[in-house]
Design a protein around this ligand. Sequence first.
Ligand SMILES: [Zn+2]
Length: 202
Amino acid sequence: MRLPPLAVIIRALYTFSKFSRPRAYQRPSKNPTLKSMPSFPLFGSLFSSSASASKMSHPDERTPDEWRAVLSKEQFRILREKGTEPAGSGKYDKHLPSEGVYTCAGCNAPLYKANHKFKSGCGWPAYFDSIPGAVTRHEDNTWGMARTEIVCSNCGGHLGHVFKGEGFPTPTDERHCVNSISLNFSPEDKPGQTNDKPESKA
Ligand SMILES: [Zn+2]
């Protein structure tokens, strides 16, 4: 027999590859679940995005304690800590008035008009547009998704996210997906309500 047995060849190859492999690849993973995640940097952005958002300045700047004093626990969790209410749970999900205005539940700034609202079937109030300047967008890369967060321009309160190009038959093909908890509704659509209060503290 001129060739060595197959087992010998395999063992030789295995031994060779074991010692020639770069050291970094041999290190056993301490946390195998992290390895299987599609986007590792999301953990970094989880904190960086909230950090950058909290550095944003808004006309209505209150401390967390000041917000706690005026908001319910659930309002605080969603508006100030960027939470999300469960789908289908909000009081404005299926609310489709013919007129009126939706205001920020934190600072009362008018955000959306009744005629911006449409039926999306997604489980949260949906608007195809906002009152000009009332809503500010931020890139949000938490949870491994590239989304656009929307906040109240006056107080920075978290409203939800905006999605584009979903094919809804609206003038903008955008869906502002907003937590009901972040909103109040006023049936009166007063003229002059479309701007932020000029006397808000700096
Ligand atoms: Zn606000």
